[in-house]
Design a protein around this ligand. Structure first.
Ligand code: SAH
Length: 283
């Protein structure tokens, strides 16, 4: 889509100078951006984006806009969160139209809430534009429905580490009992400890697990394994991009719903992976 392609008719908000729009860019594929995000890109004067934002999306920015990479990936030199927030305040106070573009949804494990709070505390007006979070849209891209009537009535999103970099202080036993499907963001580093906690709490060793990297992007890779083996599989895998971990029988459905493989001409591995006969829909 070029800059001159009109947006569909809608009451599109005007980006006023001195405002910060905090916006989700979706899980990866540029097509998974919202129209509100595109409207923002076409008006913003400054775009401050994360490492996870697909560079293709930035080519849709208004010509002449300034693009600032605030990427902060684990293990690399990166600006401090506080510095990023204060930079946003500074840019807004200078009268710029500032677009803060973050991977997925800005309020899901992305510190968007903290940035928004800093802006509000400094009297900077904000708008929040939700995005498709990787833990839902990325997994859908990989053929994993995060809810399915035959699998789960609950779903939990977990971050793999706390602010200090340790495993988060969660009640893993309670989680193991309560949530049939668990989706872990940033979970690769501590998956050994997390899987051990879940196994100790009674989750079965043969429970299906998927490691999905670069979801919705051309380099998307999916490793299917089990809770008993995921630590070893994760340790020996080398992923180029971010990784989501999905634990639960939802992963089995990929045998039927890997729509990308099917689009490429491969038949479904197993149209009835839950062994239910007819889909619940027909019964
Ligand atoms: N706000 C983002 C999450 C940021 S935390 C969102 O709503 O999606 C960063 C983590 O998100 C990564 O470590 C990874 O676990 C996950 N993630 C984001 N994009 C991903 C992608 N395309 N593929 C796999 N995992 C992804």
């Amino acid at each position: 889509m070029t800059d001159s392609t009109p947006l569909p008719p809608h009451d599109w908000p005007e980006f006023l100078p001195g405002w910060v729009w905090l916006c989700g860019a979706g899980p990866g594929d540029a097509g998974l951006l919202t129209l509100h995000a595109l409207n923002a890109l076409r008006q913003a004067e400054v775009i401050v984006h994360d490492a996870l934002v697909n560079p293709e999306i930035l080519t849709w920015a208004r010509p002449g806009s300034r693009v600032i990479d605030a990427g902060k990936r684990a293990g690399r030199d990166s600006p401090k969160q506080r510095d990023i927030s204060l930079r946003l305040v500074e840019l807004a106070r200078a009268g710029q139209r500032v677009l803060r573009l973050k991977g997925g949804d800005p309020f899901v494990f992305g510190r968007g809430g903290e940035e928004a709070q800093t802006l509000v505390q400094h009297g900077v007006p904000i708008r929040v534009i939700p995005g498709i979070t990787a833990g839902i849209g990325g997994l859908a891209h990989a053929g994993i429905p995060v809810t399915h009537r035959d699998v789960n009535q609950s779903l939990t999103f977990v971050t793999g580490h706390d602010p200090a970099g340790d495993t988060p202080p969660l009640d893993w036993a309670a989680l193991a009992r309560a949530s049939q499907v668990i989706v872990i963001y940033m979970g690769l580093r501590h998956i050994g400890r997390i899987s051990a906690e879940l196994l100790a709490a009674g989750r079965p060793g043969d429970e299906p697990v998927a490691l999905v990297s670069d979801a919705s992007l051309p380099g998307q890779t999916v490793l299917e394994t089990t809770l008993g083996e995921v630590a070893e599989v994760a340790a020996s895998a080398s992923f180029a991009g971010p990784v989501l971990i999905c634990i639960g029988r939802a992963v089995l459905l990929r045998q039927a719903l890997d729509w990308q493989a099917m689009a490429a001409g491969h038949p479904a591995r197993n149209p009835d992976p839950l062994g239910r006969g007819k889909p619940a829909e027909e019964t």
